[in-house]
Design a binder for this molecule. Structure first.
Ligand code: ADP
Ligand code: ZN
Length: 707
């Protein structure tokens, strides 16, 4: 096969990564045995590597079929920037350029050739390929975005359906199909259409563990809230809106508020769209405000947040859209802004659909999104359940897990609310009912004589917002009905009457304002962040000079590592995850001098974590638990725990709150304060059974740094 001691060392050599992502290694091994393969991995799972690495390790050339010219170009640029011999042939090239690329291929100077499906199957190109096959050999054909062959998928492309011919024309060459689409139907279709031979099927988990999921109520302040959230982010993000008008409106407001933002929707000219997209890829702007037209072919791995300003149509589209965040595995955020009126808008549209079957499907899809947005359960569990996957317990990383909403008995309040609905003759919506309850002096109240009702002002003990929250909850729980045609009016139902009679208790989840997790000020961390920003600027300069997207130079994760480890020489630099020899030669000097200069300016000492500790830190930052890290690295849990404890003591950014619950932290700290920084055993004896050595070590590390 090749000169590498292991697949891992080949991975490091070509791509700079230290470890394989889940599934990658098995797939690469199967590919090296010339098996047909079907790989299903969520966006960001790392599909490309599954055909790129085998291509580099085998004799001959691998052909990659890819649907979009822009996508091809990106992938080839990124490969070339790793020093890998890749090229593409498509209609955008001049004759001479095409000739010279073909010559390079025939001279065995290319390992990966990207082409569009229509080219692969045209006759002239077929002749060329025959020559390639005879002279240097074709090691495999990889079909990327393979769901495009299926009419059952969401993105059928007629040119893909011709790919059936590949197998006939090149019966000996192994085929590898890749997609992020999860449905069984499409999977079977791919196998059948491409005529895969007892393919090795690999379905990866659809859990995007580095994405933090969150819902925020969409109220009058939504724009301000979103603006604040964007200002808190230093990386790039996407804001999805339902309509073109909304896209334009939000993009304009953001620009006005000093955010670098551009719109993207089908109403713009091709030129504008592609220029806005490029600005986004190159980090010339921070935010792209878009309709769902912005999607396929957006290969930017360092999108840090995706916000849904409007309710998505289905959980599948929500998953795909939010999944454009964090393809590089770094922590990223998905926020969906949700209001009941959005739901009503969509229901209204569904009611207008002529086809009853379409109506039914749309209703079901809507219900699934609402379950996600409105539920109190772990959001990740809800998403994975949709894909037929189980998540072991709560994820501990979504808003519902991090800030579980307390459940309270509001039966008495519900009785007041419902009797007010009854007194108002079941002719009004929530807002009016709430106005009556709190004794509002609005014109509308007097107009209907509702200031004379016995329920007028009986709800002064609670705020209008609390009453609205109760109203929402009653509707969601089906404890009161609500009309769906036109303006939503509350109607009592059978269960409302049970509440009146005291036969049914009303429990609601209380939406207190989320408390921020405590991240104490930490000087060392602040320095790392400062250096990270400096290195980002350097990366952007270099990228601009080479007309590349910044992520092609180095991934965010590599920059973070540089800022934390601060390598002083090239060997240390080359050791960082995401950095290989080639990149060290290309860029090492400039980054190292920036780091040294920073050290000089800030007079920093250089006692730093070991390489192994840094690998642990990186996995921790991707959201893996201690047990997961231990399993992935083949270490004992205790070892990983000591890594983290030592990292804490070195003031590295370890999220203690995710490792030890806050109340336990407090108890451990109290004990240490009492006993002093004593041996662990004494501290543990004092705390008792419920506290593990591992937990105590972590908290003690933190305590030591704070002193
Ligand atoms: P997909 O095509 O499945 O959406 P990509 O192949 O574009 O995903 O990979 C997503 C990102 O993950 C890229 O930035 C890539 O460099 C990175 N990546 C892939 N494999 C690894 C790995 N083993 N270790 C670290 N990063 C990886
Ligand atoms: Zn969760």
């Amino acid at each position: 096969m090749s000169t590498f001691a292991s697949l891992e060392s080949a991975l490091k050599h070509y791509f700079g990564h230290d470890t394989f992502r889940p599934g990658q290694k098995k797939i690469v091994e199967a590919a090296l045995q010339n098996k047909d393969l079907l790989t299903i991995m969520p966006t960001g799972g790392g599909k490309s590597l599954c055909f790129q690495l085998p291509a580099l390790l085998r004799k001959g050339i691998t052909i990659v079929v890819s649907p979009l010219i822009a996508l091809m170009q990106d992938q080839v640029d990124a490969l070339q920037d790793n020093g890998i011999k890749a090229t593409y042939l498509n209609s955008s090239l001049e004759y001479n350029e095409r000739r010279s690329r073909q010559m390079a291929i025939l001279n065995n100077q290319v390992k990966l050739l990207y082409v569009a499906p229509e080219r692969l199957l045209n006759e002239r190109f077929g002749l060329f390929l025959n020559q390639v096959q005879n002279d240097i050999g074709i090691s495999a054909i990889a079909v990327d975005e393979a769901h495009c062959v299926s009419e059952w998928g969401h993105d059928f492309r007629p040119e893909y359906s011709k790919l059936k011919l590949i197998r006939q024309r090149y019966p000996q060459i192994p085929l590898q199909a890749l997609t992020a689409t999860a449905t069984k139907r499409v999977r079977q279709d791919i196998i059948q259409q491409l005529n895969l031979r007892s393919p090795n099927v690999h379905v990866a988990s659809f859990d995007r563990s580095n994405i933090h999921y969150e819902i925020q109520p969409k109220d009058r302040n939504i724009y301000r809230k979103m603006l604040r959230a964007i200002r808190n982010e230093s990386g790039a993000g996407i804001v999805y809106c339902l309509t073109r008008n909304r896209v334009e409106e939000i993009a304009t407001r953001l620009k006005h508020d000093g955010i670098k933002a551009l719109p993207y929707h089908a109403g713009l000219s091709d030129r504008e769209r592609s220029s806005n997209q490029t600005s986004f890829l190159r980090d010339d702007i921070q935010v792209i405000v878009a309709t769902v037209a912005f999607g396929m072919g957006i290969n930017k791995p360092d999108v840090r947040f995706v916000f849904h300003y409007d309710l998505p149509r289905s959980l599948e589209s929500f998953y795909q859209e939010s999944g454009r965040a964090g393809r590089d595995g770094e922590p990223s955020k998905s926020i969906l802004f949700f209001s009941l009126s959005d739901r009503q808008k969509i229901e209204f549209l569904i009611d207008k659909k002529p086809d009853p079957i379409e109506q039914k499907i749309a209703r079901q899809q809507l219900r699934q999104v609402i379950d996600y947005a409105d539920g109190h359960d772990c959001r990740r569990q809800i998403i994975l359940r949709y894909f037929g996957e189980k998540h072991q317990g709560n994820c501990g990383k979504c808003d519902n897990c991090l800030h579980p909403k307390p459940i309270e008995d509001w039966t008495e309040e519900a009785q007041k609310f419902l009797s007010c609905v009854a007194r108002c003759q079941e002719k009004f919506g929530t807002n009016h009912i709430v106005d009556v309850l709190i004794g509002s002096r609005k014109q509308k109240i007097y107009q209907y004589g509702h200031h004379l009702l016995s329920t007028y002002g009986i709800g002064k003990g609670r705020t209008a917002e609390e009453w609205r929250m109760l109203g929402r909850s009653l509707v969601h729980q089906g404890l009161v009905g609500q009309t769906t045609d036109g303006y939503p009016v509350l109607k009592l139902n059978r269960r409302s009457w049970e509440i009146f009679r005291g036969h049914l208790a009303v429990k609601i989840a209380i939406d207190k304002h989320q408390s921020k997790t405590n991240t104490a000020y930490n000087p060392r961390r602040a320095e790392a962040e400062l250096l990270y920003e400096t290195l980002r600027k350097l990366r952007k300069q270099i990228a601009d000079r080479n007309s590349l997207a910044p992520y092609m130079i180095f991934a965010d994760s590599s920059l973070k590592l540089m800022a934390q480890v601060r390598p002083k020489n090239k060997p240390d630099f080359a050791n960082l995850s995401g950095v290989n020899e080639y990149k060290t030669q290309q860029y090492g000097d400039r980054f190292i001098s920036a780091i040294l200069e920073f050290n000089e300016q800030h007079k920093l000492p250089v006692s730093l974590p070991s390489k192994s500790q840094m690998v642990t830190l990186q996995l921790h930052q991707q959201g893996l638990s201690i047990a997961e890290i231990a399993q992935k690295r083949g270490f004992a849990v205790g070892t990983i725990n000591s890594h983290l404890a030592e990292l804490i003591e070195m003031n590295q950014p370890v999220a203690l709150n995710k490792l030890v619950p806050a109340d336990k932290q407090q108890a451990i700290i109290n004990t240490i304060e009492q006993l002093g920084d004593n041996i662990l055993k004494t501290i543990k004896e004092n705390l008792g059974e419920d506290y593990s050595y591992n937990e105590i070590r972590l908290v003690r590390g933190w305590w030591r740094v704070q002193r």
